[in-house]
Design a protein around this ligand. Structure first.
Ligand SMILES: [Zn+2]
Length: 232
C-alpha cells in the first residue's frame, strides 16, 4: 500500500500540477466519446494502451470483459446501467470491447468445475461466456492451450459485440447511424492491439493502419439478432 500512498503524493505534486487546467475543466463535467469494456486484469490499462487521458473513456471493467446479453444477467451486472448512462447522458459514439491475452476468465472456462467450489460467484459470472467454448470446439483442431485461449478470447469479444446489440437502446442507436461497435484484442506480451475487421472477419494489428484513414472497424450489425427478454 505504501507505494500507492506515495503515488498519490506524487500525482498531486507532479501530474496534477501539469494538467491542472484540464482537471479543473473536467470537474465541471465529462464528455467521453467512447464506452470501453475491459477486463479487471491488473495488466490491462485502457488509458495507457490508447494513450488517452481522464475524461476520454467511460470504462466498464469486470472479470473477463464480459458483456452479458440483455437477459437476466443484466440485473446482476452494471452493464445495462453503464450502457444507458453512456448513450443517454453522455451520447458516446463508439463502444469498444477489449479482450486480452492470457485472460484468467477465459482460462477459467476450461477449468475443472470442482475448482470453483469455493468461488460460486466467480463461476456463475464466468459461465456467462461459457457457450463460446462450443464455437471453438467445432472449428479448431487441437491448438496449444495458449492458442486456444487466444481463439476463445477473440470469439468472446465478437460474442460480446453481438450481446451489445441485444440492448434495444444500442440497436436503435446503430440503426440511426449514431453508434459504432469495435472489438479489440490486446496482447500483453508485445503491447499490440488487434482490431476486428468485419469485412475480412479477422483481427488486424492496428499498426498496420497507423498511417491510414481506417483505424477503426465497425463490427457488422447485420448478423444474428437477439431479442431482449428483460422486462423493463
Ligand atoms: Zn482478463
Amino acid at each position: 500500500m505504501d507505494r500507492l500512498l506515495n503515488g498519490i503524493k506524487d500525482f498531486q505534486l507532479n501530474y496534477y500540477k501539469e494538467e491542472e487546467e484540464s482537471f479543473k475543466a473536467l470537474a465541471k463535467g465529462q464528455s467521453p466519446e467512447v464506452l470501453f469494456f475491459a477486463c479487471s486484469d491488473s495488466r490491462v490499462d485502457p488509458n495507457m494502451i490508447t494513450q488517452s487521458k481522464p475524461g476520454d473513456l467511460f470504462i466498464v471493467r469486470n472479470v473477463g470483459s464480459i458483456v452479458p446479453d440483455c437477459g437476466p444477467h443484466w440485473k446482476k451486472s452494471c452493464t445495462g446501467a453503464a450502457i444507458e448512462f453512456a448513450l443517454q447522458s453522455l451520447s458516446v459514439s463508439d463502444i469498444v470491447v477489449c479482450g486480452h491475452s492470457d485472460c484468467g476468465a477465459m482460462k477459467a472456462l476450461y477449468q475443472d468445475p470442482d475448482s470453483f467450489k469455493d468461488s460460486p460467484n466467480l463461476k456463475e459470472w464466468v459461465d456467462t461466456a461459457a457457450h463460446v467454448k462450443g464455437l471453438i470446439d467445432a472449428t479448431n483442431d487441437k491448438p496449444t492451450f495458449k492458442k486456444l485461449i487466444e481463439i476463445t478470447t477473440k470469439e468472446h469479444i465478437l460474442e460480446s459485440l453481438e450481446n451489445l446489440k441485444s440492448y434495444p437502446i444500442i440497436a436503435d442507436a446503430i440503426k440511426a447511424g449514431k453508434l459504432n461497435l469495435h472489438g479489440w484484442y490486446y496482447d500483453l506480451g508485445n503491447g499490440s492491439v488487434h482490431i476486428y475487421n468485419s469485412k475480412e472477419d479477422s483481427f488486424e494489428q492496428i499498426a498496420h493502419h497507423s498511417n491510414g484513414e481506417e483505424s477503426f472497424h465497425t463490427h457488422s450489425s447485420e448478423t444474428k439478432e437477439r431479442t431482449c427478454t428483460h422486462e423493463a
